[in-house]
Design a protein around this ligand. Structure first.
Ligand code: ADP
Ligand code: F6P
Length: 322
């Protein structure tokens, strides 16, 4: 293999740049030519290909976002779109492709490899941590850190006003950001889609806290359950006397420098993806399991069902009792 490509696709996440950095520099080190494809599958269809040099990826390892830009591209789901994508790769002599993205992007990678014979390797880049085959995805640690820092700031004002705040976090249908950030910020209640929304349990917790004079509470809600505004309204209906606010943290969860963990994961996964291509492997996705970097068959990986860590959920519930 002489020429490989790399693209970032779907929702951006911190650590994508660290992975791009590693794919480029490790790839060059291995004697490969490395091409960046701009704006995910859209750029692949449109032929937006750039030969990347060592200098081009200088000083990006820490940066959020992605220097390759990203996009959501429905046309990639059609045969027409897929053929355009394959043409770009063939025209440029690119034999192997590293796709950095979430489960949707991996579906695209699966099609390219299984239907068109392109050697593809996936790197899980999404803040949602919603891929079952890997313990962690790139960006999850940084996004959860944004959430815990936000909760810490909220605490200052909620505490001195004796207020409760309902905070909505991202994650699509996955509750991991809410769970891990809730556990590590001492949220008084955590609501995740995998467990469900129990307004009575939340109100019981707030009432028992109020009975002992604790009026500041953080209720962390995963967006896959319902909106913070809805939870706020439901609480207010049952506790009309409560002083309560709501906050949607939103896209800042995808912003800021990548954490140490995401940089480390990015460079380890990026270099492993290049190793896979050099070894002639294809249809693989890179992950981390029990602290070791792994590669696994893409079809097998995507067939696994993501589950929430219920032990961690129970622990958070126990630790946050007042
Ligand atoms: P993420 O990769 O973060 O999960 P999306 O679900 O939006 O984000 O997927 C990103 C892109 O992957 C889509 O815009 C589309 O180009 C491609 N994609 C998603 N699903 C498929 C599919 N079934 N077949 C081919 N390409 C797909
Ligand atoms: O998949 C990452 C993610 O940030 C989700 O947590 C969120 O639901 C979605 O993307 C937001 O998408 P957009 O950036 O298109 O608003």
């Amino acid at each position: 293999m002489k020429k490989i490509g790399v693209l970032t696709s779907g929702g951006d996440s911190q650590g994508m740049n660290a992975a791009v950095y590693a794919v480029v520099r490790y790839g060059l080190e291995k004697g490969l030519e490395v091409y960046g494809i701009h704006s995910g599958y859209q750029g692949l269809m449109d032929g937006k290909v750039e030969k990347l040099s060592l200098n081009r990826v200088e000083n990006i390892i820490h940066r959020g976002g992605t220097i390759l830009q990203t996009a959501r591209c429905p046309e990639m789901k059609t045969e027409d779109g897929q053929k355009k994508a394959v043409n770009t790769l063939n025209r440029n002599g690119i034999e192997g492709l590293v796709v950095i993205g979430g489960d949707g992007s991996f579906q695209g990678a699966k099609v390219l490899s299984t239907k068109y014979g392109i050697k593809t390797i996936g790197i899980p880049g999404t803040i949602d941590n919603d891929l079952a085959y890997t313990d962690f995805t790139l960006g999850f640690d940084s996004a959860a850190t944004v959430v815990i820092n936000t909760v810490q700031m909220l605490r200052d004002t909620m505490t001195c006003n004796g207020r409760t705040c309902v905070v909505e976090v991202m994650g699509r249908r996955c509750g991991d950001i809410a769970l891990y950030a809730g556990l590590t910020s001492g949220a008084e209640a955590i609501v995740v889609p995998e467990v469900g929304y129990d307004i009575d349990a939340i109100v019981a917790r707030l009432q028992s806290n109020a009975a002992v004079g604790k009026l500041d509470n953080i209720v962390l809600v995963a967006e896959g359950v319902c909106s913070a505004e809805q939870v706020c309204a439901d609480i207010k209906l049952r506790m009309p006397q409560i002083s309560i606010r709501s906050l949607v943290i939103g896209h800042v969860q995808r912003g800021g420098n990548a954490s140490f963990q995401d940089r480390l994961l990015g460079v380890k996964m990026g270099s492993r993806a290049v190793d896979c291509l050099v070894e002639g492997k294809t249809d693989r996705v890179i992950g981390i399991r029990d602290n070791a970097i792994i590669d696994e068959d893409i079809v097998e990986a995507l067939s696994k069902q993501k589950r929430i860590d219920l032990n961690l959920y129970e622990l958070a519930n126990k630790l946050s009792k007042y």
